[in-house]
Design a protein around this ligand. Structure first.
Ligand code: ADP
Length: 402
């Protein structure tokens, strides 16, 4: 079963072709800087287990339609991984915001497209680009089933006391202002992989999952279901991210408007693009931050301290939410690769039953690995995420019900 996974963003399209009988990646690619005459196209083919062919070019790509055409040309045709579009069983699309309508991956129809469109006010940057990808893919793969996989869907099990903000009720009734949460596909995937590695049914496990990449979020998972998560109405709330502030006093907006001459657009930009690690120390890549700390940069040290302190505070909150926790799970770019962030996030939590083993924490592995000490009551795991595979699995599960 060959599945194409598309992640159509505002200026890029990521794509992957997977053979889902063996969960093998046949090709993976990226069209970047869509809208420019010097867009970058990259594609890596994996015709055999050990072999890789890279394809990189710079090209004029005025819009998403061109971008999608390029992607399809790289996947389908003579000499490509798939000879004709008929060999593709399904296309899976990452959709950022499914609002309250979508709790599951969903086969795309005109009605589903209209419902996703209705959620544009909730994700004005993401949903239009996601929708462009879907519309063009429906033209290019006319006979192939298309499936929407929502970043928000996994969090639709969060109970009302955790998803409501203490705001006038009409804002929820009329505008659906509430917590939605994001990175759901990743949290669900690593929870499942962790359960498998622990050889326990997911339905029995209480987990705290930390997705720490450029965007960061934490989820409290009770018996396999999301019961709280740190991202909110938009992907800004909660943890300290690469360039996003995470939690701030909501009165910050009024303060900045009244005292700093900022309007709502510039405040939104500040909190989403100029804050977080980048705001504190000018760098948003954790590898650069470590190098700067080694060179004596005190703001870089502060950025690391603020991020890991916030992580620890949320872990405390989710320990209280869940009562019993079986495992804490780290994933994504920082979570998978940064032993310092993991150690500082969990520092001092031994009295709460969480203790990592220094040597295990510094090992590397391609698959899931346990990094807690043998006497840690709560296990600590590093589990690599794989959103494309997660989407392709959701597509397979939807189209081939057990
Ligand atoms: P996203 O998918 O949100 O763009 P990723 O999950 O790929 O992000 O994470 C990207 C981030 O991971 C980088 O900005 C960097 O901070 C961090 N990162 C990647 N590799 C390492 C590493 N070896 N050590 C520490 N941090 C890393």
């Amino acid at each position: 079963m060959k599945v194409v996974v598309i992640n159509s963003g505002s200026s890029s399209i990521k794509f992957q072709l997977l053979e889902m009988d063996k969960e093998e990646v046949l090709a993976t690619g990226l069209v970047e800087r869509i809208g420019s005459s010097e867009a970058q196209v990259r594609c890596t083919y994996r015709p055999g287990e050990q072999t890789e062919e890279k394809h990189i070019q710079s090209i004029n790509c005025p819009d998403h339609r061109h971008g999608m055409r390029l992607a399809v040309q790289l996947l389908v045709g003579p000499g490509r991984p798939v000879a004709d579009p008929g060999a593709i069983a399904a296309v899976g699309h990452r959709i950022v915001h499914g609002g309250e309508e979508f709790h599951q991956p969903t086969l795309i129809s005109d009605e589903v497209l209209a419902a996703i469109e209705k959620n544009i006010p909730l994700a004005p940057l993401h949903n239009p680009a996601n929708l462009d990808g879907v519309r063009i893919a429906r033209e290019l793969f006319a006979e192939v089933p298309q499936v929407a996989v929502f970043d928000t869907a996994f969090h639709q099990t969060i109970p009302p006391e955790a998803y409501h903000y203490a705001l006038p009720a009409h804002l929820y009734r009329q505008w659906r202002v509430r917590r939605y949460g994001f990175h759901g596909t990743s949290h669900k995937f690593v929870a499942g992989e962790c359960a498998r590695a622990m050889q326990r049914p997911l339905e029995e496990l209480n987990l705290i999952t930390l997705h720490l990449g450029n965007g960061c979020s934490m989820t409290a998972i009770e018996k396999g279901r999301s019961v709280d998560t740190s991202l909110g109405l938009t992907p800004l709330e909660g943890l300290v991210m690469g360039s996003r502030s995470g939690d701030v006093d909501p009165a910050m907006h009024a303060f900045l408007a009244r005292n700093c001459g900022m309007d709502i657009e510039s405040i939104d930009h500040l909190l989403n693009n100029e804050s977080g690690l980048k705001g504190l120390c000018g760098m948003n890549d954790m590898r650069d931050i470590h190098a700067a700390i080694a060179a004596g940069d005190t703001w870089a040290e502060l950025a690391l301290a603020v991020q890991t302190y916030r992580n620890r505070k949320y872990i405390g909150a989710y320990l209280a939410v869940l009562g019993r926790v079986d495992a804490v799970v780290f994933t994504a770019g920082i979570g998978e690769n940064d032993p310092v962030v993991r150690a500082r996030t969990l520092a001092g939590l031994e009295p709460l039953g969480i203790a990592i083993d220094t040597e295990r924490n510094h090992c590397r592995s391609a698959g899931p690995r346990r990094i807690s000490s043998d006497d840690s009551r709560v296990a600590v795991w590093v589990v690599p995420t794989n959103e494309e595979l997660a989407i392709a699995r959701e597509v397979r599960a939807l189209l081939t019900p057990a």
